[in-house]
Write a protein that binds this ligand. Structure first.
Ligand SMILES: Cc1cc2nc3c(=O)[nH]c(=O)nc-3n(C[C@H](O)[C@H](O)[C@H](O)COP(=O)(O)OP(=O)(O)OC[C@H]3O[C@@H](n4cnc5c(N)ncnc54)[C@H](O)[C@@H]3O)c2cc1C
Length: 70
């Protein structure tokens, strides 16, 4: 129906599953384009910076230093 048509309907909807390194890198690229509407899905509400996981495990860092809300 023409009256319900919105500009955003013209965008392609991209669903990215996983807010890890790959998912966030993908979003950083795609969000620069006005052609996409992006939905990010993750089982957790945060990105985990896994390379520093061992420092948290050995009490060298608090856990919120390696987990960032997305
Ligand atoms: C302890 C450790 C140290 C590391 N050190 C290094 C390093 O020094 N240098 C290096 O280059 N690499 C390192 N890596 C490897 C690096 O972390 C991975 O290569 C990288 O995270 C892979 O990115 P990814 O996006 O494929 O997956 P991930 O970063 O693992 O992201 C996957 C995302 O998908 C989500 N997800 C998974 N399954 C589902 C589901 N069913 N539904 C919804 N969401 C889901 C997860 O919650 C997660 O957020 C290390 C890994 C670990 C564990």
């Amino acid at each position: 129906m023409a009256s319900g048509w919105r500009k955003s309907d013209e965008k392609q909807h991209v669903v990215i599953i996983g807010a890890g390194f790959g998912g966030l890198a993908c979003i950083r690229k795609l969000r620069k384009s006005p052609s996409y509407r992006i939905t990010l899905i993750d089982r957790n509400p945060y990105h985990l910076f896994a390379p520093l996981l061992y420092q948290v495990a050995t009490a060298g860092l608090p856990e919120d230093d390696i987990a960032f809300p997305v």
